[in-house]
Each structure stands twice: as structure tokens, then as C-alpha cells.
Write a protein that binds this ligand. Structure first.
Ligand code: FES
Length: 153
């Protein structure tokens, strides 16, 4: 997960090539696809779009939604939307943080997991919900957290 596939970056760049003022949207698309924006991706955008790297870095560091730090092999998203909160999501987040020994927003030192909070994944009836690499785990209880994490190397 930490390595960004530059072919994927090219596909995103091609969507916007030739258009003006699309840099922010392009960077957001890369962030959403790969969960971070690597120096290689920035170099590629700079080359293909003829935008100075310094300008790309300025934007990527300004917007909180963009990360210039690598992410772990697995991305865990814990839903803290209202419906999941009512069903005990804060305890799930606590348990994930305890197990991984990191706080929300961080990556484990061994690059195994990155932990994110999200607000509603659109499947509230399954709450509390956590998603690992796009796989949904519903009706999670604090006891189940360890078992779920152990499924990912
Ligand atoms: S609030 Fe968690 S899925 Fe909607």
C-alpha cells in the first residue's frame, strides 16, 4: 500500500490534462485513491502538467485532507458517524488504538496499519462499522477488534 502505482497516477493526470485550475482536484483524487501523495507522484504531475513542484507541495501541505506521509500496508477506517457512535464506535476506536499502540491519523512504526476516522460509511444498520482495505466489518464489538486486526499481516 505504501508504494504508489505511477500508472494509476498517470490515469488520474490524464483525466485532467489540458484543463486549467484542476491541480487541487487532481491531488485530492490521488489522495483518495492511494491515501497519500508520494514525491514520485508529485514529480510525475509536475512533468506531465508542467507545474512547478514547489507549487504542488505548497498546495499539498496547505490542505489537511492531503497527506505527504506514506501510509501503512493496510488502511483501517473506523466510522465515528452518529449512528455508529450510538452503537459504541468510540469504544471500538479506543480498542483499535490500544491494539495498534497508535492514535487515529497515525501509522504503525512497522508500516502495517494506518488508522483513520470516517464519518458515516453509508451502512449505518451494520454499525459500528470498521473498514480494512475496503472490506467492511459490521456490528463490531470491542472483543472482535483483535481478531479482525489479526487477519492482516
Ligand atoms: S454512522 Fe457509521 S455507517 Fe453511518
Amino acid at each position: 500500500m505504501a508504494e504508489i502505482d505511477l500508472k494509476g497516477v498517470d490515469e488520474i493526470i490524464d483525466r485532467y490534462k489540458g484543463e486549467e485550475g484542476v491541480l487541487i482536484q487532481l491531488l485530492l483524487d490521488i489522495q483518495n485513491e492511494f491515501y497519500w501523495i508520494s514525491p514520485e507522484a508529485i514529480a510525475r504531475i509536475s512533468d506531465k502538467m508542467r507545474i512547478p513542484k514547489s507549487q504542488i507541495y505548497r498546495i499539498a501541505t496547505f490542505y489537511k485532507a492531503m497527506s505527504l506521509k506514506p501510509v501503512g500496508r493496510h488502511i483501517i477506517q473506523v466510522c465515528l458517524g452518529t449512528a455508529c457512535q450510538i452503537r459504541g464506535a468510540p469504544k471500538i476506536m479506543d480498542r483499535v488504538e490500544e491494539n495498534l499502540k497508535i492514535k487515529e491519523g497515525a501509522t504503525t512504526p512497522d508500516m502495517r496499519f494506518s488508522l483513520r476516522r470516517v464519518n458515516c460509511l453509508g451502512c449505518c444498520a451494520m454499525g459500528p462499522v470498521i473498514v480494512v482495505d475496503g472490506k467492511y466489518h459490521g456490528k463490531v464489538t470491542p472483543v472482535k477488534v483483535k481478531d479482525i486486526l489479526e487477519q492482516y499481516e
